[in-house]
Design a protein. Structure first.
Length: 167
């Protein structure tokens, strides 16, 4: 994966969390993640397509997710409720949307509607031929990680049906 795709996510999560929740995010050292399971119990997942394809996951321990959601929503929300999932989904949407706007070279990238999974031992399927880069983050609400599995599509930027099927 091109390292130029990592910096936008670091900048984005710091900007989104600072702006929306006045919450500082300290970034750890990005590393290639070998384990296919998400790092934590709550995952907000968003897909990317166009000149860049793949997925981005914000993964939180349940306690951190509850703290972040309460701060974001202005009130505690129960895990398992639609409002809790919507809050996690909106956070991954804002982080991914902000990051894709920082990709260099005028790349045309669309993001999907977010999906949210709450519960231990879940699995987020990802592209086999693209490494997963995990970026650990620390906040006053707890730890979380950004898991990025994206690649640039070769050619004109348009994704052919065969490229989409292979992804």
């Amino acid at each position: 994966m091109d390292p130029a795709f990592i910096t936008p996510f670091i900048t984005s999560i710091q900007n989104v969390f600072s702006t929306m929740m006045q919450l500082r995010v300290d970034i750890g050292t990005p590393a290639i993640k070998k384990d296919p399971a998400p790092t934590y119990d709550v995952s907000g997942i968003i897909g990317m397509s166009g000149d860049v394809t793949g997925s981005v996951t914000l993964s939180f321990p349940l306690a951190t997710a509850k703290n972040v959601v309460a701060l974001f929503a202005g009130a505690p929300l129960e895990p398992g409720t639609a409002d809790f999932a919507d809050a996690i989904g909106e956070l991954v949407n804002m982080v991914s949307g902000n990051a894709k706007g920082q990709f260099t070279g005028g790349k045309k990238v669309a993001i999907s509607c977010p999906s949210v999974v709450v519960g231990s031992n879940h699995l987020v399927a990802r592209q086999k031929d693209v490494p997963c880069i995990a970026i650990p983050c620390k906040t006053d609400c707890g730890d979380l990680v950004i898991e990025i599995v994206i690649r640039e599509v070769a050619g004109t930027g348009a994704v052919t049906p065969s490229q989409a099927a292979a992804a």
